[in-house]
Write a protein that binds this ligand. Structure first.
Ligand code: EPU
Length: 419
């Protein structure tokens, strides 16, 4: 297992190119099961979760080829097994995304039921009940979701909670269903829109992606295409945080600034200078005092839960008191406890963290507990006095492509060593 060693105190400066979005690439790769001819997906990030997804497709008999530019070619016609085994699902919950496509295209799916998760219970009841309402016969047996359907039927589904992968699973399933499906209270995240655009390019009939009502008219078949994954808004936001916390200047390139409206508003509230062009954002924190901010996570277009931990890192050293309320996941404050080990002043009351900025953090060994928590510890370490060792960084490799290389190019003192 590797660890990261970071010596804090260097203001980061420079440009960084943002990779393809993990949370768009995963559903898009799952959706490659739907067409009846090969598909190529470009701008796929080189991440552990992508490797796991490709392995999952490979286990089903699907032919997956990856070139040196991370263009992934998938030929779903060789599939012989509609199973997502426990050993893969337990390492990546997003494996649940094959449930809808398998059922819609092949009439059956045996997908291991994901268990608990470090950030919350994360049930998949909405995925399951939506498919049942579309006519699937689903039983939970031996830790598996066993789903069968001759052909799914279109239905009007009102989702109890706004769920990103739930919306994606049902939208994918509906593309090949008989009749029209309407998803009410659908997730509006840009990754849902990216998936919809991919499905539309393959011949699906979808309207309203990006709003809370998505209408899908089922078609008989989908065909192969080439599609490039959207840029990762969370990776972009994380590098902007690195500029803010170190009092540096970073320009993220190859992004869609409109995906980060709520995040950019918070940077401005924190006293940072933010400018943007058609496909770049620059944050300049030089000579500016970072202020703590109050924020509340909520589904898109509000402030994303996937940026909460990174802003918590900013609040540890911001001027004044900032309050963070996490409304999406019930246990997404593990990083706060690690940040206390670096000297942060944080009080937690239920889903609220009250943070009083301290003049400086001091290095200590800390442990990454999940993906975004790891990113927040890296950010905190970038300003901590001394050498911070971050253990269990396999979490970070699930979602950040070459993070230490990208940070080093911006001037950070960071290295990866075996622990
Ligand atoms: N929920 C249910 N029942 C369901 C599904 C969800 O109660 O059937 C609840 C969840 O427990 C949670 C809320 O609904 O309280 C929202 O969860 P959602 O389903 O939207 O989360 P997800 O689809 O499992 C995706 C991202 C997460 C991101 C969340 C929220 C992917 C692969 N994952 O998860 O990304 O935090 O949406 O935006 O898209 C990450 O990248 O670090 C990450 C965790």
């Amino acid at each position: 297992m590797d660890k990261l060693i970071i010596t804090g105190g260097v203001p980061l400066e420079g440009d960084v190119r943002i990779s393809g979005a993990k949370n768009a690439a995963l559903p898009i790769l799952a959706a490659t099961l739907l067409p009846d001819s090969p598909v190529t997906v470009g701008n796929v990030p080189h991440l552990q979760d992508v490797t796991t997804t490709n392995e999952l497709l490979g286990r089903m008999g699907v032919r997956v080829m990856i070139d040196d530019k991370m263009r992934v070619e998938v030929d779903p016609t060789t599939l012989h097994d509609c199973v997502a085994p426990y050993e893969l699902v337990k390492t990546m919950r997003a494996s649940i995304l094959v449930l809808g496509p398998l059922l819609a295209r092949f009439g059956k799916a045996d997908v291991s039921l994901p268990g608990g998760c470090a950030i919350g219970a994360r049930p998949v009841n909405i995925h399951v009940s939506g498919l049942q309402q579309m006519g699937a016969d689903i039983r939970i047996e031996n830790g598996f979701i066993r789903a069968r359907a001759d052909r799914l039927r279109g239905a009007r589904l009102v989702l109890d909670t706004v769920t990103v992968t739930g919306t994606e699973n049902l939208m994918m399933a509906a593309t090949l269903a008989d009749g029209v499906t309407v998803l009410e209270n659908a997730a509006r995240e840009p990754e849902v829109v990216d998936l919809a655009q991919f499905l539309i390019a393959m011949g699906a009939k979808i309207h309203g992606a990006g709003t809370d009502t998505i209408t899908i008219e089922g078609v008989d078949r989908l065909h192969g295409v080439h599609y490039d994954v959207m840029p990762d808004r969370i990776e972009a936001g994380t590098y902007l945080c690195a500029a803010a916390i170190t009092g540096g200047r970073v320009r993220v390139k190859g992004v869609r600034p409109e995906h980060l409206d709520a995040v950019l508003a918070k940077f401005r509230e924190a006293g940072m200078a933010v400018s943007q062009g058609a496909d770049w954002i620059e944050l300049d924190g030089r000579g500016r005092r970072l202020r703590s901010v109050d924020l509340r996570t909520a589904p898109y277009p509000a402030f994303p839960t996937d940026m909460q931990a990174q802003f918590a890192a900013l609040n540890t050293v911001g001027d004044g008191v900032g309050t963070i309320v996490e409304t999406i996941f019930e246990n997404r404050f593990m990083h706060m406890l690690e940040m206390r080990r670096l000297g942060a002043d944080i009080r937690i009351e239920g889903n609220t963290a009250i943070m009083r900025g301290v003049p400086k953090l001091t290095a200590a060994p800390v442990m990454a507990t999940d993906l975004r928590a790891s990113a927040s510890l890296v950010l905190a370490a970038l300003v901590a006095d001394g050498e911070t060792h971050i253990e269990r960084i396999y979490h970070i490799d699930r979602g950040y492509e070459r993070i230490e290389e990208k940070l080093r190019a911006l001037g950070a003192q960071i290295r990866r060593v075996p622990s």
